[in-house]
Design a protein around this ligand. Structure first.
Ligand code: ADP
Ligand code: MG
Length: 334
């Protein structure tokens, strides 16, 4: 109890001096109509549109585990918010609000200023209002809770895949893992496109438009945070089905191919690369022809990479040759 009291007083003196919350977090955005009261009071007051359900997701990023302590604060802010928005995208939800619990070792304004500029830039891009949060002293970490709206009947869940459905992914896979390799191993900085891949690790674009466009078309969806093989397995487990994946269909960037040295190796990377924040989704045969038109305005490519099979079948092939299904998922920095 006493420890709590002392730490709280210390915190108020530290943060009160600079009035950090007021300066950096309150009143930075024009208010959405559904935000009746935002950060600054004891609670935010919010209005969910008639007929919609609230989609809610929380994620924590800890320095040393999800990003390095010395990482660019602007990139950390982008990564934290993008990772959370990606969960809304994977349900087909429209983002609306976010709250931010920030733990800082000290009130470091040269860290907070770029962090907040980047955070609000991405929030404003998706019309997401920061409706509150908490600011405390301790080892650097961020916990975000995003909220959005979706018709619960149509939401893209993990349990809707059926045998015969086609498996798709948005964008290109593997860049994020290669970027993490560069972050952790300085020797790789001399390789082609190392700098671009490092940025790609932090600065993904959540597939919000694609998620919304897939409502009524996709039978299931998930965002790729632990690696394609591991995340697809979540869909398979929840839907009680198996799958066949064709490695040579995995979309990879030309920069990844040049960084790694071959298309084959790049596609191996794409299979397990985590924190991609692309969508993996399944589509019944009758809607296959509707995908290109539905996603035309979303600004991302989609690739068909396999098909749902009966329960118990986990087949992986490369140009028809059978391979072992990878066991491991993505495991952050340690
Ligand atoms: P309380 O003691 O009621 O928790 P706080 O002093 O923690 O109040 O916060 C005051 C107000 O500032 C609250 O409305 C809270 O939501 C908001 N706030 C605190 N930290 C943040 C933050 N990091 N981002 C956004 N809003 C914040
Ligand atoms: Mg508080």
């Amino acid at each position: 109890m006493l420890t709590f009291f002392i730490s709280h007083v210390t915190l108020n003196i530290m943060f009160g001096e600079f009035n950090l919350i007021e300066k950096y977090f309150v009143g930075r955005q024009s208010r959405r109509k559904d935000v009746l009261l935002a950060a600054g009071d004891d609670c935010a007051l919010l209005k969910v549109p008639e007929g919609m359900s609230l989609a809610v997701s929380t994620d924590t990023l800890v320095a040393g585990t999800h990003f390095l302590k010395e990482a660019n604060p602007a990139w950390v802010a982008h990564k934290a918010l993008a990772a959370n928005i990606s969960d809304l995208a994977a349900m087909g939800a429209t983002p609306a609000w976010v709250s931010l619990a920030l733990t800082l070792p000290k009130p470091n304004e040269s860290w907070l200023a770029p962090f907040c500029n980047s955070f609000f830039k991405l929030a404003d891009y998706f019309d997401i209002h920061l409706i509150g949060g908490d600011t405390t002293k301790g080892p650097l970490s961020l916990t975000l809770t995003v909220q959005g709206f979706v018709d619960a009947e149509k939401a893209l869940r993990r349990d809707g895949a059926r045998v015969g459905d086609w498996i798709y992914v948005t964008g290109e896979l593997g860049d994020s893992q290669a970027g993490l390799d560069v972050i952790l191993n300085k020797e790789l900085r001399n390789k082609p496109f190392a700098e671009q891949l490092e940025q790609a690790h932090y600065l993904s674009t959540p597939r919000v438009l694609a998620g919304q466009a897939l409502l009524g078309i996709a039978s299931s969806a998930i965002d790729i945070s632990d690696g394609l093989a591991a995340d697809l397995k979540h869909i398979l487990r929840c839907s009680d089905v198996g799958a066949h994946l064709e490695l040579s269909e995995l979309p990879v960037s030309s920069q990844l191919i040049q960084f790694i040295g071959s298309v084959d190796k790049a596609q191996q990377y794409a299979l397990t690369s985590g924190e991609e924040y692309e969508l993996c989704f399944t589509v019944p045969e009758q809607y296959k022809g509707a995908i290109d038109a539905a996603l035309a305005h979303c600004g991302c490519q989609v690739s068909c990479i396999g098909q749902i099979r009966p329960k118990g079948q986990f087949l992986l092939s490369n140009k028809g040759q059978p391979l072992d299904w990878p066991q491991q998922g993505f495991d952050h920095f340690q």
